[in-house]
Design a protein around this ligand. Structure first.
Ligand code: ADP
Length: 260
């Protein structure tokens, strides 16, 4: 008799339905907000190199072209801005493909020792320019096999090692360690650079977040490197962590599944 009220059941059902719809609306609102902020960030980031290149080129047209020294300097600066724009667009495409899940990962058995050596070779010039030494440490030496998407893991390692060199000190040292346990390989990328102040640590994986805006831009950063790293590792079901001490250095770590 207690539950015989026919309206009670209907009432409960309506309540559950409304709650579910409300949740869907909240989620759509959140996505819309995200989209709007993303668009605003992207427009802002695109404008910076475009305005810079425009400025140099217009100054040249307005007469600076007649002075040989000024001309060469301004042309080099315009080219640098356009290179930055190119890097930004590439990173944006990569990030948006990762976010929408447009590109499927292709997991294969790959040798991390080999990937690391390749990355070191790609970054040799940048490292030499800062007299930074690149070192690889792996416990048994030799190949270290993991299950991963080869191109994407190369991108992760490139971004982390490049940052370590870029933000590290002159004459610094960057170490990649590969440690195997039963099921996983723990990868760490360590530098002995200036470190990241604790108040910034939780935010560095956000797109366009930079600890020191001008310094990072000077070094050719797009502000998307770590966001891309995080997304790629997510798709590998791997979490990335960072530990950093000011004036001592920074270490990024993540674990990949072993595949012997
Ligand atoms: P960017 O393109 O600016 O390098 P990232 O997403 O790769 O963008 O990095 C975000 C910010 O985190 C950088 O601007 C820099 O301030 C900081 N950062 C990243 N790696 C390091 C590091 N190894 N040492 C010190 N700061 C770092």
């Amino acid at each position: 008799i207690k539950n015989s009220n026919p309206f009670k059941k209907l009432n409960d059902e309506i309540f559950v339905y409304v709650a579910r719809k409300q949740k869907e609306i909240d989620e759509l609102k959140r996505l819309e907000q995200f989209r709007r902020e993303f668009l605003a960030d992207v427009s802002h980031e695109l404008k910076t190199p475009i305005f810079a290149a425009q400025g140099f080129i217009h100054t040249l047209i307005d007469g600076a072209i007649d002075d040989e020294q000024v001309r060469d300097k301004f042309l080099a600066k315009a080219a640098r801005s356009l290179d930055g724009l190119d890097a930004l667009v590439k990173d944006l495409v990569a990030l948006s493909q990762l976010e929408t899940g447009e590109v499927k990962m292709s997991f294969e058995r790959i040798n991390l020792t080999h990937v690391t050596q390749e990355v070191f070779e790609q970054l040799e010039k940048v490292a030499n320019a800062k007299r930074t030494s690149l070192q690889l440490k792996s416990s048994p030496g030799g190949p270290v096999w993991v299950k991963a998407d080869p191109q994407r893991i190369n991108q992760v390692m490139t971004n982390l090692v490049e940052n370590a060199v870029k933000y590290g000190n002159e004459n610094g040292r960057v170490t990649v360690s590969l440690e195997e346990d039963k099921k996983h390989v723990m990868v760490s990328v360590r530098d002995d650079g200036p470190g990241i102040p604790p108040e910034h640590l939780s935010r560095i994986f956000e797109r366009f977040y930079r600890v020191e805006k001008s310094r990072s831009k000077d070094r050719g950063g797009t502000g998307l490197g770590l966001a891309i790293v995080k997304h790629i590792l997510n798709a590998h079901k791997a979490k990335i962590t960072v530990m950093s001490k000011v004036d001592k250095g920074t270490t990024f770590r993540f674990k990949l599944e072993r595949m012997d």
